[in-house]
Design a protein around this ligand. Sequence first.
Ligand code: NDP
Length: 296
Amino acid sequence: KKVLIAGGSGFIGSVLTKQLQKDGFETCLISRMPRPNSITWDDLNQNGIPERTDAVINVAGQNVLDPTRRWTPGFKQNVIASRVHTNQMLVNVINQCDSHQKPKVFVSISGVGYYRPDPNQIYDEYSTGGDHDFLSKLCTDWEKASKVEGDQTRNVIVRSGIVLGKNGGIIQQMYPLFFLGLGSKIGSGTQHMPWIHIEDICNIFIQALINDKFAGVINGVAPEIVTNDQFTKTFARLLWRPSFLFIPEQIIEFVFSSERAVMMTRGQKVISKRMEELGVHIKHPTVEEALKDILK
Ligand code: NDP
């Protein structure tokens, strides 16, 4: 089986690609840069989906929380285009495929920022959202842009929590601070932090390729709900470091601007009913165990 993976060079994409190869899938990446075993977005536009492609995945996206990039209109446009336009391009070429060449499934990522931050409300895939701020509207547009015409290609959207893993994402960004004993909660630390181990999010993607029952939205979150404070304390303790500091929300808002700072200063309790219904096994259900696995 051949899988086309947009954003396959990234933090999630590279682990997913390796796992797919281990499981016997043939892989081809879509990247902005020419690289081995890949095509560029231009190639895709000109030549369409490579022959014999059974499945398409989109895990591309400009890093929203890049602290070196100011939150300018231009950068926001990059954030949108790298998600919405890439999905649109993929959907266009899938729609244009002859019916005997159509991929069987298109799986794309989105985020739990879709749900409105709230200290009490518990959200699952049947909850509403996607219309309260810039990031939630981005999720709505991103997800809308992933809808393929007709019923030959199954559509799956994985609404992911913060992905915990080595060599990327939040752990890579925070490790140096925690290592120096400067690990800090953000603001009061009471905001919830939906999360998932990288191995589990990759498994959801792979299950979505092979199990026809996967369709529509699936929240990619671990069952244990934690707050930013609980996460910070656990991470610091496992590194034998203190964690009594906190970063005032105003500093985070100053550095990142409030529109994207909400990703850190606010949170939502998210669970996955669909994973329960589908019987998906989560290998790393608690943050303590997941972090131990990552730090070992
Ligand atoms: P990375 O930044 O590690 O990688 C994403 C990939 O997207 C890059 O390798 C790059 O591929 C491609 N990309 C980056 N910028 C652009 C751009 N401007 N236009 C087109 N392609 C671009 O991200 P992650 O792997 O961490 O995340 C992947 C996706 O998952 C993102 O959309 C992110 O929002 C989403 N997500 C991530 C979470 C996390 O905790 N990491 C949580 C929830 C959702 P190349 O250079 O080869 O073109």
